[in-house]
Design a protein around this ligand. Structure first.
Ligand code: TYD
Length: 218
């Protein structure tokens, strides 16, 4: 897979439960970066390439533990396959060009959803992520933290409830706690933001953390 030697760009990811506002905030961040004259690329997982979007359709319509035919490990393989494709085709080339890449979900989503949520072994996910990303890790990961109740209510109101959003509340509670554990483990990489705040206030907290990273690059 892609080798990320001598990377010069900046890689930022957004994570959080369903309905936490990741896509709104990814777009807001991209806009601020562009206003600053920074060349930035916005992408998302699963998706971001034609193959990735097809894998997204498959996994979002089939994923699940209840009545679904997808085994958690196979679900993991599909997300990781989409990731490998996105890193290879989009993220690694952009980082190599020196661009800023903003990615709506990345490797931590698999740790939170398939690992903490579905119980796939942490070492297995770590190894698969390592292979798929060629060791590329975000410089900053924003965790949009929101109660499960509020997140699912938002997602349902938006009419975007997919296979994951129909999972039991206990599943989403494990995902949320998993994210909080990851953020505590690596405080230098993670920025935890209270997603109950207004979208503008959330965008402002993110920008305060991103701006100094831009200065450091130039
Ligand atoms: P996304 O489109 O970001 O959904 P939302 O905007 O509702 O948060 O992601 C789709 C779903 O895929 C989401 O419920 C989380 C899940 N997912 C995983 O379970 N594992 C993964 O590795 C990724 C990238 C996503």
């Amino acid at each position: 897979m892609a080798q990320i030697a001598g990377q010069s760009g900046l890689f930022i990811t957004l994570e959080g439960g369903d309905g936490a506002g990741k896509s709104v905030q990814s777009n807001a961040l991209l806009q601020r970066l562009e206003e600053r004259g920074v060349t930035a690329v916005l992408t998302r997982e699963p998706g971001g390439t034609p193959l990735g979007e097809r894998l997204r359709d498959i996994v979002l319509s089939l994923a699940g533990s209840g009545d679904s035919p997808l085994h958690p490990l196979i679900e993991t393989f599909l997300f990781v396959a989409a990731r490998a494709e996105l890193v290879e085709r989009v993220i690694a080339p952009a980082i190599a060009r020196g661009d800023v890449v903003v990615c709506d979900r990345f490797a931590d989503s698999t740790v939170a959803y398939q690992g903490f949520g579905r119980g796939v072994e942490a070492e297995v996910i770590e190894r698969l992520n390592e292979i798929a990303t060629g060791g590329l890790r975000p410089k900053l990961t924003v965790l949009l933290d929101l109660s499960v109740e509020a997140g699912l209510a938002r997602a349902r109101a938006a009419g975007t409830a997919d296979r994951f959003e129909r999972e039991a509340v206990a599943f989403h509670e494990r995902v949320r706690a998993g994210y909080q554990t990851l953020a505590e483990r690596e405080p230098d990489r993670w920025l935890l933001v209270d997603a109950r705040q207004s979208p503008d206030a959330v965008a402002e907290s993110i920008w305060r953390r991103v701006e100094p990273l831009l200065k450091r690059r130039s």
